[in-house]
Design a protein around this ligand. Structure first.
Ligand SMILES: NC(=O)c1ccc[n+]([C@@H]2O[C@H](COP(=O)([O-])OP(=O)(O)OC[C@H]3O[C@@H](n4cnc5c(N)ncnc54)[C@H](OP(=O)(O)O)[C@@H]3O)[C@@H](O)[C@H]2O)c1
Length: 346
């Protein structure tokens, strides 16, 4: 499974294969893990390739287990696709108590359901999805171990030279979306402690692949001759395949009270430098607006690297892949990350 990575990614099929290719460590861990695995919120940007990696790793380890993927399936084709790939796809609105009660039990839960974009103006729904639903999930899956996605947005903006927030830093969410994500963490922590549920909280900063992510936002703007906003002048990014591997490995770190783990790439990337590098590769002159501030939303993921090893795909490889993909007009999800936002309004 530890094959060399190709220089370019030509097709969606090749991309999906790479995103879901398990590392030897993931195969070994999934070989040792007992029982089925359920992915709650499988319908979004991360869920499908994460569920596929879990399927492939279990098969490679020779373990028979159900991988179950749950969503409302707003994208209906995905239901069929996952079924064909050996993932039991179940339609369910997790906020509906009866539907949630009807889901199969599983000792391993990955929790991805969340609301970010459109949260400004829909504050009540945002809190219900991000902070109330986690309590319902803990009550339903009280005998499971849970890996729940959180976000680097629970931290405040930090001075660039600090190299990013670490897990022991006090939270400082900016804006109501980020506050609701801290609410999600607190609710998981509460039920982890009162019901004894082992939990890992993944504080992710910008998973990136060819169809979505900060690098895609930058490349598409440059190709369209649109100016690059420098007000959030720095960021972290991680190849979504590495994020998937770390998420599965973090099942081994679930504890009560929860273990929080930052997941992102090792580099503090400068928007200006990355955009200029992309401009050179694309033979485009890059225009900038605004200017860098002394702080940005950054995380330090040293703990994750100590536990799971460093990401296999470097940021420079990711930049080359994304530029190549966007130059050829490869398909994108047409969803912006809005990474420039500094006031927390999404
Ligand atoms: N992508 C990133 O770079 C990033 C960065 C930081 C943190 N995160 C966190 O990582 C997690 C997963 O990210 P993502 O990018 O895959 O998020 P996403 O694209 O929003 O996917 C979450 C999926 O959960 C499903 N869902 C939402 N509400 C549901 C409900 N009531 N019942 C059933 N399913 C529901 C939705 O699918 P349906 O509409 O089909 O139901 C949705 O597509 C989220 O918690 C997010 O906060 C992601």
């Amino acid at each position: 499974m530890d094959e060399p990575l190709s220089e370019t990614i030509e097709t969606v099929e090749q991309l999906e294969e790479l995103l879901s290719r398990p590392t030897p460590e993931v195969v070994a861990m999934m070989g040792r893990l007992e029982g089925d695995l359920i992915v709650l919120g499988v319908g979004g940007k991360i869920g499908p390739s994460l569920a596929r990696m879990a399927r492939r790793a279990s098969d490679a380890a020779g373990v028979r287990r159900r991988i179950i993927g749950v969503a409302r399936f707003s994208t209906p084709e995905l239901h069929q696709q996952l079924q064909a790939e050996g993932i039991d796809a179940i339609r369910c609105d997790l906020l509906d108590r009866d539907q949630l009660a009807g889901l199969p039990d599983a000792p391993n839960v990955l929790y991805l359901a969340a609301m970010k974009f459109g949260s400004t103006g829909n504050e009540a729904a945002t809190w219900a999805r991000n902070a109330y639903l986690p309590g319902m999930i803990c009550e339903r899956y009280r005998r499971s171990r849970i890996v729940a996605y959180s976000t680097g947005n629970v931290y405040p903006l930090t001075p660039i030279e600090r190299g990013g927030s670490v897990e022991s830093d006090p939270p400082g969410p900016v804006g109501e979306y980020a506050m609701s994500c801290l609410g999600r963490e607190r609710i998981f922590a509460h039920f982890s402690q009162t019901l004894g549920i082992p939990v890992t909280l993944i504080r992710l900063n910008y998973a990136c692949e060819m169809r979505y992510g900060v690098l895609v936002d930058l490349a598409l703007k440059i190709l369209a001759d649109k100016p690059i906003d420098l007000s959030m002048g720095y960021f972290n990014a991680i190849w979504q395949g590495d994020n998937n591997a770390m998420t599965l490995l973090s099942l081994t770190q679930a504890a009560s009270p929860p273990t929080a783990i930052n997941v992102t790439g090792p580099e503090v990337l400068s928007v200006r430098q990355v955009a200029e590098e992309m401009g050179n590769l694309l033979d485009k002159r890059v225009q900038f607006v605004s200017s860098e501030s002394g702080d940005a939303l950054l995380s330090n993921a040293s703990l994750a690297y100590r536990l799971f090893g460093k990401p296999r795909v470097s940021e420079s490889q990711l930049i080359r892949w994304v530029v190549d993909w966007c130059r050829r007009g490869g398909s994108t999800l047409n969803k912006s990350t809005h990474f420039q936002v500094r006031d927390g309004r999404f």
